[in-house]
Design a protein around this ligand. Structure first.
Ligand code: URA
Length: 216
């Protein structure tokens, strides 16, 4: 797996990450969702540099210009519900991309142990396409792996890109062991640890709740 980690880059991405982490600023749900969306836009711009391009003549009112345009057939799959603003941000730049949605949640066996339950799944064929999996919080990596295994019944993608906002080193190591070698991970930043509930520390808290409010 190739890891593109933007933690040490000096760019405006840092401001968006600091705002979603900040315990005061993150209380503004609209700003939180919009910041996740903006991060999705930046990461998909970076990802776009690895797509395939063909030359195409574009006719302007004054002449013709040959341009390199992306040719990949892309399917973007997001995990409900926290993945939605990231999904939207990626679609803002990679428009024309097909969408897939899956629900994966932690079913707690006891206070510290859980299994990943995959239920709802809607996707076009993935056969020979470029698959992008979007998950804002790459914590244990188990939801991403469960999602990938579930969606493969709709075909084998040519290549897979994972887009994540904040990861934990443990989760990055886990997915590295479970995804094909030619997978790319695009991630804004990687934190050191997980707490005993599987939350990233310092992370930002519960991304789904911060986007949409707490659930029962
Ligand atoms: N999901 C979240 O929303 N936050 C975490 O820290 C880990 C998983």
């Amino acid at each position: 797996m190739t890891i593109h980690n933007f933690s040490d880059d000096l760019s405006i991405l840092n401001k968006f990450i600091s705002e979603i982490r900040d315990a005061t600023i993150q209380k503004d749900m609209m700003r939180f969702r919009r910041n996740i969306e903006r991060i999705g836009e930046i990461l998909s711009y970076e990802l776009s540099k690895t797509l395939n391009y063909n030359k195409k003549d574009v006719t302007t009112p004054l002449g013709t210009k040959t341009m390199n345009l992306p040719t990949n057939e892309i399917v973007l799959c997001s995990i409900l519900r926290a993945g939605l603003p990231l999904h939207h941000g990626i679609l803002n730049y990679l428009d024309g991309t097909e969408s897939a949605f899956i629900s994966a949640y932690r079913k707690h066996i006891d206070a510290t142990n859980f299994e990943i339950k995959v239920e709802y799944f809607a996707s076009p064929t993935l056969e020979n396409k470029t698959l992008i999996l979007a998950d804002p919080m790459l914590a244990t990596g188990q939801s991403l792996v469960a999602t990938y295994e579930a969606i493969l019944k709709n075909g084998t993608p040519k290549e897979t890109h994972i887009v994540a906002v904040i990861g934990a080193q443990e989760g990055v190591d886990f997915i590295q062991d479970h995804f094909p070698e030619n997978t790319h991970l695009w991630i804004s930043t990687i934190d050191d640890t997980l707490n005993d509930k599987g939350y990233i520390v310092p992370g930002l808290g519960d991304a789904g709740d911060l986007c949409f409010g707490p659930k029962l």
